[in-house]
Design a protein around this ligand. Structure first.
Ligand code: AMP
Length: 549
């Protein structure tokens, strides 16, 4: 591909492993191997003096340096209480994730011999507003331009070949990764990808299967040796078992049994774990994915979708043979397919990124063209000569270039509302935007002021998984406060209209309006969940100075 058209890269920033991909000169989406020549990089960060080491070396050192190593950081994205302290400095999840991105980018730049500046990062479909923002900020801290935060199942569906397809297809994407489970229904049309419904659990993934194995080994160790100690209190043993069980789990995906040696304070136990036993002790975890799938399907029915054509399995944990078997049993009408479990998301993100870059180029040239010829064109009209020129330059077919004008319509994976008092004077979350509404969406509701001459209103913005109009506060989380500065001299009960605008990427904007005198109310949103202000600048500065290996 000629280099005039800016390349945008796709990144799967995973809980346990991450990957980077791009569309190559043959128009194929390919994973770019890391410096260790592997297609995926463990999302493990090792703070080693002045350096930061990411990937395999970090993972291998978890046992030796348990207090200097951070794993599973994605599970803590936008958690205001998460701080990793190293040498008197505090690191938030955004900054630690930025180091993972920097390792991926550095290795990819070395492999390709070119500079990378723009990326598309994926995140689980059910990530809320703050987690999405935190993901975007990780890229910013890493010195990158994040062009889009794309949902993982959408990326997987794109890689599966839905874009540019002439058929209309409804696809279920079952994504079981290292730390998260996502289930999404997608309607792929020739010119658009519509996400219909999404569900999942951000606390359910391969890691939970590992934890069950660890508990089993601990119990078996006690039975075999008679030792009554809780061996997990020994941090070294705990770290070692984590690596051991992940290996054993992968063995069990290939073989019927895995021999495991547990040693503790001179005592040794050789434990043989069979696939049958492994499936038995983790049965409920798998059942939970099925139950979440049914919940999502029921919600899809309410939207008029009663069937699906394809069922694809992505995410490393779908390699466990019981997953495919269970899904086959449960949904016998369609044959589920295991689809490139570790790479699908990054590859799909790369295809999406490639379309973004072609689109940028087309838009730039169409603007030039309209200015030069002093004509107006609709956004979808691309003069043939421009499409052909971009195709020639990019080395793609004219068809492929035309397909880059594809729409992706998402749904919100959460409900958003405000905290208010109901008629019985009880605190209630009043949902303005309901889960699984197609975005962008804009909803306005009206509230009254409490006292005369009220100067400010503080509105607690609440996020939940509940699709009802009214929710008890304990079933929602507060994601921020909108502070409204009201105009002067308002009477008690003056109506204030509040509008929630959720954009296509799932970012929330809030505007407010004082109705009687038709005055705009200024709104600022305050949140402690994502890094901002001085802390953000400090993180960027630190990242610039740090070498990541
Ligand atoms: P992902 O987040 O999609 O990269 O998935 C990573 C998860 O997949 C981790 O929990 C891995 O232990 C798990 N995994 C990867 N390969 C296998 C395998 N062959 N068998 C079972 N689990 C696997």
């Amino acid at each position: 591909m000629a280099n005039k058209i800016k390349k945008i890269f796709g990144i799967d920033l995973g809980t346990t492993y991450s990957a980077v991909a791009c569309v190559d000169e043959h128009g194929k989406s390919v994973i770019i191997p890391n410096a260790e020549n592997q297609s995926i990089t463990p999302s493990v960060v090792f703070f080693d003096g002045e350096d930061v080491i990411v990937g395999d070396v970090a993972k291998e050192n978890t046992k030796l340096y348990p207090n200097e190593i951070v794993s599973l950081i994605k599970r803590s994205m936008a958690d205001p209480n998460f701080l990793f302290e190293y040498k008197g400095k505090d690191y938030r999840p955004e900054e630690i994730s930025a180091y993972i991105l920097r390792k991926l980018i550095k290795d990819a730049e070395q492999e390709l011999g070119e500079k990378i500046s723009d990326i598309v990062i994926t995140c689980p479909a059910y990530f809320g507003i703050n987690e999405r923002e935190a993901t975007r900020l990780s890229g910013e801290i890493a010195g990158l331009t994040v062009r889009q935060v794309l949902n993982e199942p959408t990326a997987a569906a794109i890689a599966y070949g839905t874009m540019g397809n002439s058929e209309d297809k409804v696809i279920l994407v079952y994504d079981l990764g290292g730390g998260t489970f996502d289930i999404t229904m997608i309607h792929a049309k020739p010119d658009a990808i519509d996400v219909i419904c999404t569900g999942g659990d951000k606390e359910l993934g391969g890691k939970d299967w590992d934890d069950r194995m660890i508990q089993y080994l601990v119990d078996e160790f006690q039975v075999t040796t008679g030792c009554k100690d809780n061996i997990l209190e020994d941090i070294d043993i705990w770290q070692e078992l984590q690596l051991t069980v992940e290996k054993a789990k992968k063995t069990l995906s290939q073989r019927e049994k895995a021999p495991i040696l547990v040693t503790y304070h001179g005592e040794r136990a050789k434990i043989e774990l069979t696939r049958k036993k492994f499936e038995e002790i983790t049965q409920d975890l798998l059942d939970r994915t099925i139950s979440l799938t049914h919940d999502m399907l029921n919600e899809a029915k309410r939207k008029g979708y009663h069937a699906f054509d394809d069922f694809i399995l992505v995410g490393g944990s779908t390699r466990m043979p019981q997953v495919l078997l269970r899904v086959q049993q449960e949904f016998s009408s369609v044959k589920p397919k295991l689809f490139s479990p570790d790479e699908a998301v990054a590859k799909g993100a790369a295809i999406f990124a490639w379309k973004l870059s072609l689109n940028d180029e087309l838009s730039r040239r169409v603007t030039e063209y309209t200015e030069k010829h002093e004509i107006a064109l609709s956004p979808l009209e691309i003069p043939e000569e421009i499409a052909q020129a971009v195709a020639d330059e990019a080395g793609f077919t004219l068809e492929a270039v035309k397909y880059s004008k594809m729409a992706i319509r998402n749904v919100t994976s959460k409900s958003f509302g405000v905290l208010a008092l109901n008629q019985d004077n009880e605190d209630r979350v009043v949902n303005l935007v309901l889960k699984n509404t197609t975005v962008p969406t804009e909803i306005t509701d009206s509230f009254g002021t409490h006292v005369s001459n009220q100067e400010t209103v503080e509105i607690k913005i609440m996020e939940s998984d509940v699709s009802d109009k009214e929710v008890k506060p304990e079933n929602a989380i507060e994601i921020g406060t909108a502070i409204l500065s009201l105009p002067p001299n308002l009477q008690i009960g003056s109506p204030i209209e509040i509008t929630f605008l959720l954009n296509g990427e799932g970012r929330l904007e809030i505007t407010a309006f004082e109705v009687i005198q038709a005055r705009q109310v200024s709104v600022t949103i305050d949140t402690s969940s994502v890094i901002q202000g001085e802390a953000l600048e400090k993180a960027k500065e630190r990242s610039r100075k740090l070498v990541v290996y």
